[in-house]
Design a protein around this ligand. Structure first.
Ligand SMILES: *Cc1c(COP(=O)(O)O)cnc(C)c1O
Length: 370
């Protein structure tokens, strides 16, 4: 019997929040305050408390959160910013948009996160910042990266788009860097009902600057301290996000529970590599990524079983057509390419049932064991 299991589903998430959303939307409508109102300020406070920073500044999306973070640190032409070579493209675009040069470095083959020893090698006199990306929801080794940041006096801007709620050494990701950027793209662990993002920091100076930068450079209505942007977070998305934030730990625990079943069921297969979780890390499984030499065949086989899977990401940034003209610091990225060729993301989301997980595992075993 074939079961249809989509790669991702909003069913459970939406049914959890639906009653509260209806009430809150009516309230929002009647408030007549649709931009930079009290509800945005309330969500910003709640999210900052959650992450463990003094402040959060809501912005238009995750890319803008990264971009404005870099701009607030005066990153620009002539500067270098170190990023993992296997990140989602937005991390690299944010650096390019400032005029600075992204320096791609290879990830660690176990965690898939930026490798501290490669970061160290990539530091130059022009290095202004490092962007560790907590890829797939798995925290980077922040102890190592903080050491490098102190030693070479370079800033850390965390890309926390995939890891809201994760911990490294009992501190939430997003609270280690001078700034952290996150995305509330709908399928992220904390997703809005549209585009949204945020920056978190404990620096009041940076918070004040980011308030200006997202709103035309304005401190006070019709007074412009600098040339800014329009990259504000919509008030109604903030309303939805406040409601969803209350569920984030519950949903992350559901993801961790699913991952633990996958791990238990799949660890005996020596043809696949299951995700690595450091002792100091608490992974929030934005994605559950396995690796196998037979990735494409397994993907096709699971499709015939009704199981949706995806590849994150099939073509690494340095091989993308639009990036051909850029001269990246290192020309070859064998680990990044190995990951692109062997990674497969299995369904993982609140509401995925035990029966469905077991069916997925049984199908994977059937593929390898016949
Ligand atoms: C989703 C994502 C972003 C960008 O977020 P948007 O809201 O889509 O702009 C940036 N970095 C990473 C790692 C992401 O996963």
């Amino acid at each position: 019997m074939i079961q249809e299991i989509p790669f991702f589903s909003f069913d459970k998430i939406n049914s959890d929040i639906s009653p509260d959303i209806q009430v809150a939307f009516q309230d929002f409508l009647l408030s007549k305050s649709y931009i930079l109102g009290d509800k945005l300020a309330q969500f910003e406070d709640e999210f900052a408390k959650y992450i463990g920073t003094q402040y959060t500044i809501g912005v238009s999306n995750g890319l803008d959160a990264l971009f404005l973070s870099l701009i607030s640190l005066d990153v620009g032409p002539g500067d270098e910013v170190i990023v993992p070579a296997n990140t989602f493209i937005a991390t690299i675009i944010a650096v390019l948009q400032t005029g600075a040069k992204p320096i791609l470095v290879e990830p660690d083959i176990f965690s898939y996160n930026i490798d501290a020893k490669n970061v160290r090698k990539a530091i130059s006199k022009n290095t202004k910042a490092i962007i560790p990306v907590h890829l797939y929801g798995n925290p980077c080794n922040m102890s190592e990266i903080l050491k490098i940041s102190k030693e070479f006096d370079v800033q850390i801007v965390e890309d926390n788009a995939q890891a809201q709620g994760a911990f490294w050494d009992r501190k939430r990701t997003g609270s280690f860097g001078i700034l952290s950027a996150t995305s509330f793209y709908p399928v992220k662990n904390l997703g809005a009902l549209g585009d949204a993002g945020a920056i978190s920091t404990s620096s009041k100076i940076l918070r004040d600057r980011l308030h200006r930068l997202r709103n035309y450079g304005s401190d006070k209505k019709y007074h412009y301290q600098e040339i800014g942007y329009n990259k504000r977070l919509d008030e109604c998305q903030a309303v939805f996000l406040s409601i969803k934030l209350d569920f984030l730990d519950i949903w992350n625990n559901a993801r961790r529970e699913i991952a633990s079943i996958y791990n238990r069921e799949l660890k005996s297969l020596n043809t696949i590599v299951i995700p690595y979780e450091d002792e100091l890390a608490q992974h929030v499984y934005h994605l559950y990524v396995i690796r196998t030499k037979q990735r494409d065949n397994l993907k096709r086989f699971l499709q015939t079983k009704g199981i949706g899977t995806m590849v994150h990401y099939p073509i690494p940034p340095h091989k993308q057509f639009g990036y051909k003209h850029l001269h990246f610091y290192q020309k070859s990225f064998p680990i990044t390419e190995e990951l692109a060729g062997s990674s497969l993301s299995l369904p993982i989301y609140p509401g995925l049932s035990r029966g469905e997980i077991e069916y997925i595992c049984k199908s994977i075993k059937e593929f390898f064991n016949g």
